[in-house]
Write a new protein. Structure first.
Length: 276
């Protein structure tokens, strides 16, 4: 089974720019590449910060592009979004009984659980008691199935102080909740970080990736605010097998030359011996 994962599209109203760029340019290229090469994916999951300030006009602009993707979408929201406005523009996206953008679905690879860590007026992630109870119920009903979690905010510190200050607030409570199920949780997919990240938390493999419009600089010193840059955007192709979860990160806007490694484009060290 295959899914596509990307994150943090940070859309704005049409005709505006964000840090001097139009986020639509990267997303348009991203969707074209996915439609050309991965239209057979089971899902495309976008892990939050769909917009930059949550305006209705920004969601309207975003929807015009997402409607063109050929892969079934599952959308999460992040700290930059507005839950009520999101529900207006994407009413087909599931929500729980309390109105949070949370849902569960069974796919060939296992049970996918999508979480809502948005809290209005806060950049930190939030997972309140109602949401905790919902997740606890989903985990209890999982019946030993393989589980995959998707959320915007990381429930742990990643070592970049400016990002750690706006990670999930209820880290300890969330960790206690998922701990009994960590043998079932095969992977945790994250947004928010604007950087490629891989590792494990409580023994659970985790990953994230670069965003669409702008990135967070790899800066371990403690700046007062996030430091950004324009490293290239990416999406991930996630392959699920019985024995592995394989994640390929694709820099879809890379325009460097391509060549056959068995035949160097120039007479140099590459042609000393045959390459497989």
């Amino acid at each position: 089974m295959k899914i596509i994962h990307f994150t943090d599209t940070h859309f704005i109203p049409e005709g505006k720019t964000l840090y001097g760029r139009d986020p639509a340019i990267a997303l348009q290229c991203c969707i074209a590449d996915i439609n050309c090469n991965h239209a057979d994916a089971e899902r495309c999951v976008i892990t939050g910060d769909l917009t930059h300030w949550g305006e209705s006009e920004a969601f309207d602009n975003l929807k015009q592009y997402l409607d063109k993707i050929k892969v079934p979408l599952r959308l999460l929201i992040g700290n930059h979004d507005d839950r009520n406005i999101f529900r207006t523009w994407f009413p087909e996206q599931p929500r729980d009984e309390n109105g949070f953008i949370q849902s569960v679905e069974d796919l060939p690879a296992g049970r996918f659980i999508y979480l809502d860590t948005h809290e209005s007026g806060h950049h930190e992630g939030w997972y309140c008691e109602q949401r905790m109870q919902w997740l606890e119920a989903q985990l209890a009903r999982s019946g030993g199935k393989t589980l995959y979690l998707f959320m915007h905010h990381p429930p742990f510190d990643i070592g970049i102080p400016a990002l750690d200050r706006i990670s999930l607030v209820q880290k300890e409570a969330f960790a206690r909740l998922v701990a009994p199920y960590k043998q079932q949780i095969r992977h945790l997919f994250l947004g928010h970080i604007h950087r490629p990240l891989a590792g494990s938390w409580q023994g659970i493999p985790v990953s994230s990736l670069r965003a669409m419009n702008h990135q967070v600089q790899l800066e371990f010193s403690d700046h007062a605010s996030l430091q950004g840059n324009f490293e290239p955007p990416a999406y991930c192709v996630v392959l699920f097998r019985d024995d592995a979860v394989i994640i390929h990160t694709h820099d879809f806007m890379d325009d460097s030359p391509q060549f056959d490694m068995a035949c160097s484009p120039v007479q140099d060290w590459a042609v000393m011996k045959p390459h497989p």
